[in-house]
Design a protein around this ligand. Structure first.
Ligand SMILES: [Zn+2]
Length: 408
């Protein structure tokens, strides 16, 4: 079975920066846990004649194969195979699968075009510009099938590779489930990022009961420019991205924008952890909940967002909770208001009904519940009910005529 690459792109503001960014939820290929069991078989490739230490050898039924792969981050992944047999080799296929959250194993199969012969060299390049990129550290498993005219048909041993960004010399520190990778700055810089990440996780657990189910990797690029160089077709204002299915966050932080970076990490971590919690084959969570939790995890709502919220109330121009369940408007004004309302809705639910209810809501969503169904089960009101209760409350909280902040 093959699934076409699906890319969900959720635009997110990072409240403590003027920079917009996108959160990418990449679901390129699925992954089977079975590869864990083949790990020890294939992690130790032998060097080939050219000294290529990535090369694997495999022989069976009179067919001999040498194969390797080379990462050219972030654009390409090159695969090569040399095969020999007594009879003409007439069918070669490459198979690969990517490690990520999924519900079914999906293996991609590539038919290789070549001239049949008793000794053949073939190669194939996975061009990430055609499929969307993979985050650094992604594990890819691949193997080949080779057939000759005698009817011999072999499947090589699987090989593993890590799609690493080897353009930089990464260092890492790990605490609990979080690993921070960085290449510029002292260890104290990475430690400061780690404390921010741990603090953000504690805050998220305190507010929602959500905690990391799996490992999370934070790749800290030294600038937004270098971050952009690690992504496929990034928007020029991208400040960071969360690959939720891979458990990876990439972000551009240096000592000069560390304060912004801490907020961005809190935001993206909330996206990842909430994704891990609610991931199910049936349904996602509404956008206002996902973005609202991410913003709420950063801390207080920023002045700009408050100003948009006050203007929305004043102009009687607020967006319905039902509309906010879908991806947000691309227009800046509506987008700011969407994020501000999302924050406010999450604040309304957490402050008014508590952490246990929010945890129950996330657990209900993890069972694939509908938006209305989950709200009704946990709070006793649907999206319209939430809309009306929330509007009553914020009109008291931000009475018309008392706006204290102005729009930029
Ligand atoms: Zn976001």
């Amino acid at each position: 079975m093959n699934i076409m690459p699906v890319k969900n792109v959720y635009p997110c503001f990072l409240a403590k920066s003027n920079t917009l960014h996108y959160t990418h939820s990449m679901q390129l290929r699925n992954f089977s846990l079975s590869i864990l069991f083949t790990l020890t078989l294939c992690l130790f490739p032998q060097a080939d004649e050219e000294g290529n230490s990535n090369a694997y050898n495999y022989s069976a039924d009179g067919i001999t194969c040498t194969y390797s792969a080379e990462v050219e981050f972030p654009l390409n992944l090159h695969f090569e195979l040399s095969a020999e047999s007594d009879a003409d080799i007439n069918d070669i296929r490459l198979h690969y699968t990517v490690e990520q959250d999924s519900f079914a194993e999906v293996v991609s199969e590539v038919f290789i075009e070549f001239l049949p012969g008793t000794a053949v060299d073939v190669q194939w390049t996975w061009d990430m510009r055609r499929t969307g990129g993979l985050p650094p550290g992604t594990v890819v498993e691949y193997w080949w099938t080779v057939e000759d005219t005698d009817g011999d048909d072999i499947t090589t041993a699987p090989a593993m590779l890590q799609y690493n960004d080897d353009r930089y010399l990464w260092q890492s520190i790990t605490e609990d489930k979080v690993t921070v990778y960085w290449y510029q700055g002292a260890r104290s810089f990475a430690e400061e990022i780690m404390s921010a990440a741990q603090l953000a996780l504690s805050r998220l657990a305190e507010d929602t009961g959500a905690y990391p189910r799996k490992e999370v990797s934070l790749y800290i690029y030294a600038s937004s420019q270098e971050l952009l160089g690690a992504m496929i077709f990034p928007q020029e204002w991208t400040g960071g991205a969360a690959y939720t299915r891979h458990g990876v966050i990439v972000i551009g932080i240096n000592p000069g924008n560390l304060a912004w970076g801490k907020g961005a990490i809190a935001h993206e971590l909330a996206h990842l952890i909430v994704h891990q919690m609610v991931f199910n084959p049936y349904n996602q969570i509404p956008t206002w909940l996902s973005e609202g939790l991410a913003m709420y995890n950063e801390g207080e709502m920023g002045a700009t967002f408050i100003a948009y919220l006050e203007k929305g109330i004043r102009d009687d121009n607020l967006i319905s909770v039902r509309s906010l369940a879908s991806p947000f408007s691309a227009y800046a004004d509506r987008s700011y208001l969407s994020y501000a309302q999302s924050y406010s809705l999450v604040e309304f639910l957490i402050d008014g009904y508590g952490q246990a209810k929010m945890l129950e809501l996330l657990n209900t969503f993890s069972r694939g519940s509908s938006y209305d169904g989950a709200l009704e089960t946990v709070y006793g009101f649907d999206m319209e009910g939430l809309d009306s209760l929330w509007r009553t409350e914020i009109k008291q909280k931000y009475p018309v005529g008392t706006a204290t902040t102005s729009l930029p």
